[in-house]
Each structure stands twice: as C-alpha cells, then as structure tokens.
Design a protein around this ligand. Structure first.
Ligand SMILES: [Zn+2]
Length: 159
C-alpha cells in the first residue's frame, strides 16, 4: 500500500459535505476521551495519536496517524492540518458503516481493511451513497483536541 495522500483538512471537508443533516460536528463537542497519547517514530517520520473515546455504551479506539514528517534534530516537525498525509480509524459503528470502506479506497484508512459491510436491508437508501471518505464524531473531536494541545499546526484555511 502506498502512503496516504490525504490530509486531515481534506477529510474534514468531505465529512462536512456528507454531514449536512446528521450533526457529526455538533455531536463531536460532546465526546469525551479517557486519554490521548502520541507516539513518535522519529526514524520513520511517523506520528501516531491514539485515544479512547467514551461512548454511550462502549469505549472506542480512535486513531490518527501522520506521515512524512521531517526530523528536526529534536524531534519530528509538527503535522499540519492541510499538508500532512494522514490515515485514520475509529472502532465505532458510525465509522465502520459509513466511512471505513471509502477511506480504505482513498488510502486514508489506518490498519487493516474491515470486512466489507454487506447490506441486509434494501428498503432504505445506502448510508453513504456517494462513497465519500470521512471522519466520525470521535475523529472530529480528536482532531480538535490535537489542535488544542498544540500537537498539530493550526491553519488559517481549515478549522
Ligand atoms: Zn468513532
């Protein structure tokens, strides 16, 4: 698999496009995380950010991986929201059913491809008819936390 060419900013943009009525961005404010950890792989120019989101019924593993960072002598350069290639994943049902297959297709899924979801009911329209890759509310919120913690570079173009 080649490296990702997709930035967080572009995933946010496609999520916004998809999420006109579903309120992922509003609900993201209500997500709480148990802990956020960052693991820096300096020799591989790779930064992994993981967290456990506390859901209504379950805990979810939420993860954003940043690629192609440069080593500055003290550590890795700070990832940028618009330029740094990322892969993401979350173990919640929304990410699985709505986005993971399309993130996989776009090369922005972290980890193994999930078993392809086969639809059992055809009386309702497909969840993501345009096959848009994106972020669940946990990933939207984790991005915000990484910005607040100053782990990723704030940009003027994306929020
Ligand atoms: Zn999620």
């Amino acid at each position: 698999m080649s490296r990702s060419d997709v930035s967080l900013g572009s995933l946010l943009e496609s999520t916004r496009e998809f999420d006109i009525t579903e309120g992922r961005f509003d609900r993201a404010d209500m997500v709480s995380f148990r802990r956020v950890r960052t693991i820096s792989f300096d020799a591989m120019n790779f930064l992994l950010c993981t967290s456990i989101a506390i859901g209504e019924e379950d805990y979810y593993k939420t993860l954003i991986a940043f690629y192609d960072l440069s080593y500055t002598g003290y550590g890795l350069s700070k990832p940028s929201e618009i330029d740094t290639p990322v892969r993401v994943s979350c173990s919640c049902p929304d990410f699985y059913f709505t986005f993971s297959e399309w993130n996989y297709e776009e090369n922005s899924l972290y980890g193994r491809r999930r078993k392809k979801y086969t639809r059992k009911t055809f009386d309702r329209p497909e969840r993501n008819i345009y096959h848009i890759p994106g972020l669940c509310k946990h990933l939207v919120n984790l991005k915000q936390i990484l910005l607040d913690l100053n782990i990723i570079e704030r940009s003027h173009y994306a929020s």
